[in-house]
Structures are given as structure tokens and as C-alpha cells.
Design a protein around this ligand. Structure first.
Ligand SMILES: [Zn+2]
Length: 212
């Protein structure tokens, strides 16, 4: 009974409230994001993050957080007035922020280089998570390889974030070979879930990524 009453209230609200940020007056999450930014000129890779087929929700959610600059990298912890040194756990050289961790860090950069080598493409990475996802369409690839290409940035960011947390909280050292293996294995395991005729061995998967 309570549920029926709640449903009725929601319907009444929908009948009487008009969302001014869309022409139809209907609310959408995308229009909310646009409205949150002054001038409405903000571009957010919303559909990219949530529409990558069969992506685990925790990976999509992390990408969403990272794109909004909400992931708790050391610079964000410092902004919360915690007094601690800021040094990237991956390279131990530069200060950590989200764009360093995912694009400029020498360790992460090698994962991107590996990805481009697997697909046989040359690519200049934009400098931020948001710009990268907005420009990441894979139009130059066939249908199935395009699906794998579109899933790749989320896998790289998730692999790097897991490794970063392992180094930060378990006081262990980085094994670069393990990091590369971990990325390729999870990339292949996920690809098998949403790509028709995905190769069933890791060696064939690597050959297939580079095929024309
Ligand atoms: Zn680094």
C-alpha cells in the first residue's frame, strides 16, 4: 500500500514539475551534469563510461570518480588538510595527482605504449582523463576490435589504481612485468564476455588485437 502511495506521489510530482534544462522538460542525468557547470559548456564522457558493454560496475564507477577528479590521490588527501608527503607510489619520482597517475607517470605510460603496440596504432594521449575518454572512439577499427579498444582505457586506469593501492597500503614494491601481465589478462578476460568470437587463448587474443 505504501509503495502504491509513493508511486502516486512520484507521478504527481512528475506531472507538476518541469525540468528546465531539457527541451522536453523531462529530467535526465546528462542534463544535470551540463547544468552543474556554468554556461553549460562542460563535456563529460558520460555515455562512454556507462555504456562500455559488460564493464564491471566497480570499474565504471571508478572511471566516473576519476573523471570528476574525486579519486583519493595524494593531492586530494592534502587538500583535505592531511599533512603528508606527496610522492607517486608507482614511479617514486613525481607528485601524485590523477592525471600524473594515469598519463604522465613513466610506469603507466609504458602500459599505454603496450596497448598502442598491441593494436598497432600511433596515438598521442591527451593530458587528462576526461579529454582522453571524450576522444577515445576507435572509429578506425572494425566492429569487434573497436569494442576492445573502447574498453581499454577503463581497464588501464583500473589496473593502475589497484596496483597503486597495493603499493600504498601493503608496503610492497612494484613488479612491472606483473603489472603488464595483470593488465593483459584482465583485458582479455573481460573482452571474452562481450566480444563475439573473442579468441580463447591469450596468444590468439594478442594476435587478434593487432590484426587488420
Ligand atoms: Zn609516477
Amino acid at each position: 500500500m505504501e509503495r502504491l502511495q509513493s508511486k502516486k506521489v512520484i507521478e504527481d510530482v512528475e506531472d507538476t514539475v518541469s525540468w528546465t534544462e531539457t527541451k522536453s522538460g523531462k529530467f535526465s542525468i546528462k542534463s544535470l551534469y551540463v547544468a552543474l557547470e556554468a554556461g553549460g559548456s562542460y563535456l563529460f564522457p558520460l555515455s562512454f563510461i556507462w555504456n562500455v558493454l559488460n564493464m564491471q560496475p566497480k570499474i565504471s564507477f571508478f572511471a566516473w570518480e576519476a573523471t570528476w577528479g574525486k579519486a583519493l590521490t595524494l593531492d586530494m588527501v592534502q587538500k583535505r588538510r592531511w599533512a603528508l608527503a606527496n610522492r607517486c607510489f608507482m614511479c617514486l619520482e613525481k607528485e601524485e595527482n590523477i592525471n600524473h597517475l594515469f598519463f604522465h607517470c613513466s610506469r603507466t605510460r609504458a602500459l599505454w605504449d603496450l596497448l598502442f603496440a598491441l593494436f598497432g596504432v600511433s596515438w598521442v594521449l591527451p593530458s587528462s582523463v576526461r579529454e582522453t575518454l571524450l576522444s577515445w572512439n576507435g572509429f578506425f577499427l572494425g566492429k569487434n576490435r573497436k569494442k576492445a579498444w573502447r574498453a581499454a582505457p577503463l581497464h588501464i586506469s583500473w589496473t593502475v589504481w589497484k596496483e597503486r593501492n597495493r603499493l600504498a597500503f601493503k608496503d610492497e614494491s612494484l613488479s612491472f612485468q606483473k603489472l603488464k601481465h595483470s593488465f593483459i589478462l584482465t583485458f582479455w578476460a573481460e573482452a571474452k564476455l562481450f566480444i563475439d568470437d573473442c579468441p580463447l587463448t591469450i596468444a590468439n587474443f594478442i594476435d587478434w588485437l593487432g590484426s587488420k
